[in-house]
Write a protein that binds this ligand. Sequence first.
Ligand SMILES: [Fe+2]
Ligand SMILES: [Fe+2]
Length: 510
Amino acid sequence: MSESKINEVPVAEELAEPILTHEKSLSQKIARGSEARDILDQQMVMLGIQLVTQLNVLIKTSRIYERTNTALDKPVDTMLTLIKTMAQDQPVTLRLQNDFLFLGNSHLKVNAQQLAVASSIIDTLNAWKIGGMTFELTVTSKDLREFAALFVSLDPDNKTIEDLRKEINTRGIAGINLKDQRHLQIREGLGPKVQRKMNAKNGYANVVGAVGTLTQSASEGGKVSFKQAKRAIQNIIDRMRDDETSVLGLTTLRCHDQYTHNHSVNVSLLSMALANRVGYPKVELADLGLAALFHDMGKSTIPMEVLNKPGEFTDDDWVAMRNHPTEGVLSLSRMRGIMNLPGRMAAASFEHHMNLDFSGYPKLTVPWTLSLTGRILTIADCYDAMTSSRVYRREPMSPSKVLNMMLSKSGKAFDAVLLKLFVNCVGIIPIGSLVMLETNELAVVLKPAADKANAARPFVKVITDPQGNPVEQGREVDLTEKDDIGDFRHSILRLIDNTEYKFDTSRYFT
Ligand SMILES: [Fe+2]
Ligand SMILES: [Fe+2]
């Protein structure tokens, strides 16, 4: 292949070089967490996105042209270069997990322009129930062409991944292996799923602890260190990239006397999950998470009697309440110093109640452009505040009611695109919702359906028998599962307002 072909891949072009020349085992020698390792990982991720892009081109082009057509030269040659660049130590593995693409263990984050390509590959893999594709160093141009031709000639509606594998063998295509979707639920080397959930929960406890210490020392006039909170946030991000669901499940944890702490942590987790879907890089995710953690800092200036007031708020109380975004910026700048206060931290506090259409507060007399941080925070904050019981709303609302209410304000109070991504994240029947199955059993939603076409059929855990008696160790049901004649095995009869049952669904995530 010629140099010029590689040059047509703009992003990978200059970054590919160090990897091409590095010694074979270099990536294993560089310590995890080191700066060099981070750079190497970033380069790999960029090359991975190129690989996904070219794979998509190859599949699309193969639908139109014969396998030997020159139209296939460019995607095939570029893919081979990418594979040979990346497969030094081990085969290149593209994986699909919970609708996220990974290169090996690295999440392939895509930007807005790359989103269409990524979704196209995700849909293709999902249609075949393919959990991963492995390309060996030995793969040839002929293998790639034959594979693409075979791939587009079969219909995933009447063929399975097994049929596809058999054909790959029969046709002597080497160097490409397909992995099942199911096997990828638990990643190698990470131990049992339970362990991961426990880790996530510890991470949550650490963040709650860190916020507690910070707010306490702030109110006592002590020195505040953000390092501890940042470290805890980084932990959470690592967990989230592994298993978004178990981290989001934690946001249903409610501890009522600790509303502000839990709320801050939940808003932080929800914002990071949303920003992760938007495609924030890791460093920015951590900054956003930290900013979100302190978005309600201004509440420390509101007297406890007001915050915990059992009765209605007076006009004065509301004034104090509505001042908390501005007070927050002031407290933060006192803590960090005005020069040291990152814009996104100030924005998180100042803008989180403004709303996209400026129907909220504070009211401004000058033109204002809401930051992305502010728009993300508005969604995460509203969702968590409404689903928790809080002082000025005695009873919490069920997650699905909250989501419906928010969707009715899409494009008005909330940024429509962000809200859509947020719904994808928590599911249209959100994590933590209580549902009644057609068997009259109650179940709690553990995670959204992997397949978007079946978004109303999440993965649930049964928690009562048909008479409503709690069952321990209830079975977990994938509501997209069909029986032999193609009917769904189980269906949701109706959504239950968890608040009606005074039900704490968080324990099902532990
Ligand atoms: Fe607030
Ligand atoms: Fe808030």
